[in-house]
Ligand binder design. Structure first.
Ligand code: HEM
Length: 436
């Protein structure tokens, strides 16, 4: 890690527009240009300290040093995140986080993977009759159906399109365009109303949810004060167990594209020796962009790396740039799944879904499910399907957040070659995933 003294300031009075225009590369490029892993700038008119790299991540996830309340811009609460676990701190956060992690037992992780495979296989049957399939759109629907089933949320057939689109719009909203933020906000309002109703129905016994489902767990969760969550908050948290699964669609499409662009990976995925599919999924999450950064505020004054962090100061951690930091990753801009063979497992150098400890901090509660679904789908793509990849625009812009290959990854001539999805469902993954 390199920090210049004094810590440099990025050029420009306010860099909000530069961040929106440059997207994923904004933080990394500034750190490279300024030759410092910490620099100052102004974002949304406020002085902001930006940092990247594993050591910076370790500090950022130290709960003694940082808090989350009011760190993320309000517009993102109204579109992407809602008013729930993401902005909580201290013991209230740990109590709420425990609620999410109680859903992630090995059995329930396997169940998520199995449900998702079943939905994928059902969808793939239709692909055989279609001339062309846009993988991204298909993945969104498969994941929306899977997430609702896993969460115990009833999703009527005539609601699938609307609810999938809403969740997709919320996920797509965070990159700064006003139109997308507005659409994300409308989608969130509709979802919160829907899920608030589902919570009320579950509490009144009108919907029966088995006790291991997120719907049951959230509807019956009691906060530290011993009271049930109000129905609105419970709806927000229920959404936090379904909506984020749709983010996996981005990684699935990037992974499919990686197979196409690195054909030597296909045979290795098919063989899956030494859990190659796990390494392939990890490298897909490291290499391809999804979550660009996270914000927090300084809890109390402290000095680190020669810089004075002042109480309440806004600090942004560069996720994308940390996943490609040359201190931790050799040839970081190359796609190499094998690099995970002897990876040291640091919770701070590889942070596509946040860093630190899942139980103690804000690291993503759905990281294990994400990896398992990715791995199972990649295995399914190479072992149970054949398809061709027509000429298309597979370029993707790093200035759009989130981003995706322009074509959404089109495939043609799809055939299912093995029809027994149970073969994949029987591949247990939770033991390997929860470890790393
Ligand atoms: C590609 C898939 C996903 C990505 C990229 C992703 C990314 C993230 C990120 C960046 C955070 C914030 C970390 C921080 O605040 O430091 C987060 C938090 C969270 N994620 Fe995910 N996530 C994904 C899938 C999921 C899934 C499938 C679930 C649930 C089943 C989930 C549930 C959550 C929850 C509840 C939090 C809040 C944790 C907290 O504040 O303590 N995520 N995720």
């Amino acid at each position: 890690m390199k920090v210049k003294s004094p810590v440099p300031k990025a050029k420009g009075v306010d860099n909000t527009m530069a961040l929106i225009n440059e997207g994923f590369e904004f933080l990394r490029t500034r750190r490279q240009q300024l030759e410092s892993d910490i620099f100052e700038t102004r974002l949304l008119g406020k002085k902001t300290v930006c940092m990247g790299g594993a050591e910076a991540a370790e500090i950022f996830y130290d709960e003694e040093k940082f808090y989350r309340k009011n760190a993320v811009p309000k517009v993102l609460k109204k579109s992407l995140l809602g008013n729930g676990v993401h902005g909580m701190d201290g013991s209230a956060h740990k109590h709420r986080k425990q609620m999410f992690l109680s859903m992630m037992t090995p059995e329930r992780l396997e169940a998520m993977k199995d449900i998702a495979l079943e939905e994928l296989d059902a969808k793939a049957q239709g692909w055989e009759k279609q001339q062309e399939v846009v993988l991204f759109d298909e993945m969104l629907e498969v994941l929306a159906r899977s997430g609702c089933r896993w969460a115990g949320v009833p999703l009527k057939e005539d609601e699938v399109k609307q609810r999938t689109e809403e969740m997709a719009r919320m996920v797509d909203s965070f990159g700064g365009s006003l139109d997308r933020l507005k659409e994300g906000k409308q989608a969130r309002e509709s979802q919160e109303k829907w899920l608030k109703g589902i919570i009320k129905d579950a509490r009144a016994g009108r919907i029966e949810a088995p006790p291991y489902t997120p719907l049951y767990i959230i509807a019956n969760h009691r906060d530290q004060n011993g009271k049930l969550l109000d129905a609105q908050t419970a709806g927000v948290e229920l959404n936090n167990t379904i909506r984020p699964l749709l983010a996996t669609a981005y990684f699935l499409v990037f992974g499919a594209m990686a197979m196409h662009e690195h054909p030597e990976t296909v045979g290795k995925l098919r063989e899956d020796e030494n859990d190659y599919s796990h390494k392939f999924a990890q490298e897909t999450r490291r290499f391809y962009p999804f979550a660009p950064a996270m914000a927090a505020r300084v809890k109390k004054n402290f000095t680190w790396s020669g810089y004075d962090f002042k109480k309440d100061m806004l600090v942004v951690l560069d996720f994308f740039g940390t996943n490609r930091h040359p201190d931790d990753w050799e040839a970081p801009d190359e796609f190499r799944p094998e690099r995970f063979e002897d990876w040291n497992g640091s919770p701070f150098s590889f942070i596509p879904q946040g860093g630190g400890d899942h139980y103690m901090g804000h690291r993503c509660a759905g990281e294990w499910t994400t990896v398992m679904v990715m791995r199972a789908f990649f295995r399914y793509f190479v072992r149970h399907l054949t398809y061709t990849v027509p000429k298309q625009d597979l370029s993707y812009s790093l200035s759009r957040m989130p981003t995706l290959p322009n074509s959404g990854f089109k495939i043609r001539h799809v055939r299912r070659v093995k029809f027994d999805v149970a073969e994949e469902q029987n591949v247990e993954q939770s033991q390997t995933v929860v470890k790393s």
